[in-house]
Design a protein around this ligand. Structure first.
Ligand SMILES: Nc1ncnc2c1ncn2[C@@H]1O[C@H](COP(=O)(O)OP(=O)(O)OP(=O)(O)O)[C@@H](O)[C@H]1O
Ligand SMILES: [Mg+2]
Length: 439
């Protein structure tokens, strides 16, 4: 019994000891390690700041914990640094992207195989393609008319156009999506990689259309001014003898009895009158005078013009329809000049309706502008001619001077207004004039 008791006691104390040790182990090792594991998992998931539980013990578990803490600290620092530099990079990238995107010039870059890799907004406007249609899908050569691409490559490698591998303000043409040629200024440079190998080309395009048009306009007005000076001199030289010729013809006509000869002389007189009018038109056009502005009502001017042409309209079986807005305020206008414009346009309409028709004149007020519409049901103007009707001397009439609309446009523009035509062949023509109201 004594021995049995001893064994039982020993067994119980052993069990207690084991329990104690296990508990101690649990408290000192397993729990901290579990906590560490949990923290490590959280850190791995991205929660870098996850607090690592404190262990006061100086054993392996304590060391493990402090090693963990150190690792966590350097991890946090590393990530923060990384974040900062990637933000910096992104900022720089965004800035460069914006710089390219918002450039007033078209920027196109290619890789070494001439595939387009950059195509900015302005390039979209110049070439008419969207970025998606071009980047990674087209080669630069497709943006030039045949042969031009080769030539550009040649000058790019030539020393004489801004240095080898560079091109500065080279005047050339591109071909846009519609297949139209557009004049451009091209600057280009080869891009070299770290080993000096060519890895692409960057090109800057500047649209020259507007400049070309402006140059053309200046040239045209210079030409016109020169012509004008010459013409007014010649006109003057012709007018005087014309008066004498006319006077003598008149005298001969009075004393001629033969009817056939009288008819011929009558024609001579008519042609002299036509020449006279032509010379007056030319001098109107070349010696254009500034509007003599006075406060006037556009409706009154329309009514005066109506009075002037009433008989002719009746004679030609043209119905005149007037719709005048009574609320249009008075404005500063040159009555004589505006009358001339309306007469020129209405005269064209009458000439376009040899078999009769309708002529409508409408005045309205729109956004501080006087709007005048003159509509006819005449033969209309072809799209091709529509582009030229304001050109001086453009006419489709055997006896026209082609100056009526050129003068009208000058007058309307001198009133800071606009004039344009819409027309459909066989249907009719509408002229729209808009003049800002000034007081
Ligand atoms: N209402 C219209 N209907 C059809 N064609 C028109 C009309 N208005 C203008 N045109 C066309 O525009 C051209 C130019 O007109 P513009 O008045 O400048 O000269 P013109 O009438 O030919 O000559 P001018 O006015 O000196 O007699 C005309 O020849 C004609 O072809
Ligand atoms: Mg005319």
């Amino acid at each position: 019994i004594h021995r049995n008791n001893l064994i039982i006691n020993l067994f119980i104390s052993t069990m207690l000891l084991i329990g104690l040790i296990t508990g101690l182990l649990h408290y000192m090792v397993i729990i901290p390690v579990q906590r560490l594991t949990k923290a490590a998992k959280a850190i791995a998931k991205g929660n870098l700041g996850k607090e690592i539980p404190v262990t006061k013990s100086k054993d392996e578990v304590g060391e493990l914990t402090s090693a963990f803490r150190e690792m966590q600290a350097s991890l946090i620092k590393l990530t923060t640094d990384l974040k900062a530099s990637s933000e910096e990079l992104k900022k720089m990238y965004d800035f460069q992207k914006k710089l390219i995107e918002n450039s007033i010039d078209g920027i196109v870059a290619t890789d070494e195989k001439r595939n387009i890799v950059i195509f900015n907004e302005r390039a979209e406007a110049i070439f008419g393609y969207s970025q998606e249609e071009v980047v990674g899908k087209m080669k630069i050569d497709e943006l030039y008319p045949p042969g031009v691409s080769k030539k550009i490559e040649r000058v790019l490698y030539d020393d004489n156009f801004g240095g080898r591998g560079r091109l500065a303000n080279y005047e050339t043409v591109i071909i846009n999506k519609k297949g139209e040629q557009v004049p451009v200024w091209l600057s280009a440079a080869l891009i070299h990689g770290e080993n000096g190998k060519e890895i692409g080309t960057v090109m800057v395009f500047r649209d020259l259309t507007e400049r070309k048009e402006l140059e053309e306009k200046i040239l045209q007005s210079e030409r016109l001014a020169t012509i004008g000076r010459g013409v007014s001199y010649i006109g003057h030289e012709i007018k005087n003898p014309l008066i004498i010729i006319g006077g003598f013809t008149q005298q001969v006509l009075y004393s001629t009895k033969d009817e056939k000869n009288r008819q011929k002389l009558q024609i001579v007189l008519e042609e002299i009158e036509r020449l006279n009018q032509f010379l007056t038109s030319i001098s109107d056009f070349t010696k254009f005078t500034k509007p003599q502005l006075s406060v006037s009502n556009i409706n009154d001017i329309v009514n005066e013009v109506h009075n002037l042409i009433e008989l002719e309209l009746k004679d030609k079986q043209i119905k005149f329809v007037k719709s005048l807005d009574p609320h249009i305020p008075e404005s500063l206008l040159d009555i004589k000049q505006i009358k001339q414009v309306l007469l020129n346009i209405i005269k064209n309409s009458i000439e376009a309706m040899p078999g009769g028709g309708n002529l409508t004149v409408i005045t309205t007020l729109k956004n501080d502008h006087i709007l005048i519409k003159i509509k006819d049901t005449g033969k209309g103007i072809s799209a091709e001619n529509l582009k030229k009707i304001f050109d001086p001397f453009f006419t489709t009439k055997p006896k026209g001077s082609g100056l009526g609309l050129a003068i009208s446009k000058k007058i309307i523009e001198a009133h800071k207004g606009k004039i344009f035509f819409e027309s459909e062949l066989g249907k009719g023509t509408t002229c729209v004039i808009s003049i800002p109201i000034e007081r």
